[in-house]
Design a protein around this ligand. Structure first.
Ligand SMILES: Cc1cc2nc3c(=O)[nH]c(=O)nc-3n(C[C@H](O)[C@H](O)[C@H](O)COP(=O)(O)OP(=O)(O)OC[C@H]3O[C@@H](n4cnc5c(N)ncnc54)[C@H](O)[C@@H]3O)c2cc1C
Length: 476
């Protein structure tokens, strides 16, 4: 039997695969007046702070938990510009996106070298492959585009795949050792406010007022790096994005291999090594109310065993945000309010890029990507999927209302409640509305949680918040 050490939000045995002890952050002044407030201590927030640290601005970085405890702590941390079939999907925007990823890799390596960050950085061959003959044409097209951009991809011959090619200028690292290294450069330069949830931001004259669980703070500039933005306006990001969930399995192998790989087919297989641990990502799926958590989880384990003939030692699930037009949202959403999100599971490059763009925007420095990733951009393709998603959701939800099973749904004075009876016959009641943007929640029968199919917030059976963007528990 395999031992599930970490799955979803239940951390059995309290062992995480990426695990590093961070310094204790001393907050020198606990000043409530800041020049820049950064919300979120993942790769985006810490990189933004890094690029701002020598500006003489008074900077505070807030995290609702500990720094580096969000999505970045559960990533697979491949640093590459081979990102599936992205270049053919981006059309005329492909070349610029390619250049941005190359630049992000250079920036990341530059920071690691300049700051002597010991994060097990390793240059590896990054491979793009297919397991399906029918997709060889897609692979060829991606290779052709890369050659057009000036790269030298080379063919990979391997009996396990139908076809594949590789590039050499890509890397892997230990994401938390990297974030710890960034933090060390920030000590004494910025204030860390851990375990403080930012609940609301409001403009008041020349300042933003941040309502937090530790009282009110004021800041001239606010940078929202909390993975999922907790507001709709300005810029409607929640309507222009969706959430994708992926399973990661890890096992110790006999040897360490010096490559990372991802396929181009509809069913994801992603591989990298850390020392001689094999890290395998699979079963990526878009969050909808139809998602079958149990099936996806079991399949991720079965795939691991099928391909690597071993049982996983570590298993976890993680989710990332995808914009409907595939490009991240990075930059100014309105005067003095900035955001970096929707990296499509490529946050090592895009989070780094975001840090640079956001700092340049605050310091009024030029940056060639400011318009390219503009979070205010609007076009039909950005909203199309949201309309489809909403329609689908309403349909499934309406059906669930007249099925009298467990959970049982009931409407009282126009408000819908869900009642669930667990195996011990204990009754759990919640109000079905996600406090974030009022989407109706969907029961995740496998993990026994209430999940938001629109934006990925999750709650336990009694409505206790497990994962944002929501900021509060469910009402009973
Ligand atoms: C399974 C999986 C594998 C991946 N593999 C790769 C890969 O190989 N290569 C790659 O480039 N990318 C990869 N990614 C993507 C990458 O991990 C993410 O895009 C990136 O880590 C996001 O970083 P972030 O800083 O935006 O968010 P986070 O790391 O989540 O940081 C956000 C922080 O904000 C805090 N926060 C949230 N709300 C509030 C609030 N209201 N107040 C205060 N604090 C708040 C959170 O506690 C958190 O610490 C992967 C993603 C997934 C899901």
């Amino acid at each position: 039997m395999y031992e599930v050490i970490f799955f979803g939000y239940v951390n059995i045995g309290d062992i995480m695969f990426w695990s590093v002890e961070f310094p204790k952050f001393h907050v020198p002044s606990f000043s409530k007046k800041l020049d820049v407030a950064i919300i979120g201590g993942g790769i985006t927030g810490l990189t933004t702070a890094y690029y701002l640290k020598d500006s003489n601005l008074k900077i505070g970085l807030f995290d609702k938990g500990k720094v580096a405890s969000g999505v970045t702590s559960k990533t697979t941390a491949k640093i590459t510009y081979l990102q599936g079939d992205i270049y053919q999907r981006l059309g005329s925007r492909a070349k610029k996106y390619f250049l941005s990823q190359k630049e992000a890799i250079s920036e990341l390596i530059h920071i690691i070298e300049k700051e002597h960050i010991d994060c097990d950085l390793e240059q590896v061959v990054s491979v793009l492959f297919t397991l399906d003959k029918a997709n060889i044409y897609k692979l060829d097209e991606e290779k052709r585009l890369l050659q057009q951009f000036g790269c030298y991809p080379f063919d990979i011959i391997d009996s396990h795949i139908e076809a594949g090619f590789g590039i050499r200028d890509s890397y892997v690292f230990h994401p938390l050792k990297y974030l710890k290294g960034l933090c060390k450069t920030l000590l004494q330069k910025i204030d860390f406010y851990e375990d403080i949830l930012v609940q609301n931001i409001q403009k008041n004259g020349n300042f933003y007022v941040l309502k937090t669980t530790s009282g009110i703070f004021e800041a001239r500039d606010v940078v929202v790096c909390c993975h999922y933005p907790f507001f709709l306006l300005p810029s409607y990001i929640p309507l222009k994005t969706y959430v994708e969930r992926e399973y990661v399995n890890v096992c110790k192998m006999k040897e360490h291999k010096h490559f990372s790989a991802i396929n181009i087919d509809s069913e994801l297989h992603s591989v990298r090594y850390y020392k001689n641990y094999l890290i395998y990502g699979s079963n990526q799926s878009r969050l909808t109310s139809k998602i079958n958590y149990s099936k996806n989880y079991q399949k991720s384990i079965a795939d691991f065993e099928k391909y690597f003939k071993k049982e996983p030692q570590y298993t976890w699930m993680n989710q990332d945000i995808v914009s409907n037009d595939l490009l991240p949202f990075i930059g100014k959403v309105c005067p003095h309010l900035f955001i970096g999100t929707a990296y499509r599971a490529w946050g090592m490059t895009n989070g780094t890029l975001a840090g640079k763009i956001l700092a340049d925007s605050i310091l009024n420095r030029k940056n060639q990507y400011i318009t390219f990733f503009d979070p205010k951009r609007m076009n039909m393709s950005l909203f199309y999927h949201s309309f489809l998603g909403t329609f689908h959701y309403m349909k499934v939800y309406a059906q669930s209302l007249w099925k009298k099973n467990n959970p049982f749904y009931i409407r009282i004075n126009g408000i819908i409640y869900a009642i669930y009876e667990d195996e011990e016959h204990e009754i759990h009641r919640i109000r079905l509305l996600c406090p974030h943007m009022k989407c109706n929640l969907v029961f995740n029968s496998f993990e026994k949680t209430w999940d938001c199919p629109c934006h990925g917030s999750r709650f336990d059976l009694d409505g206790k918040l497990l994962e944002g963007p929501a900021k509060e528990d469910l009402k009973h």
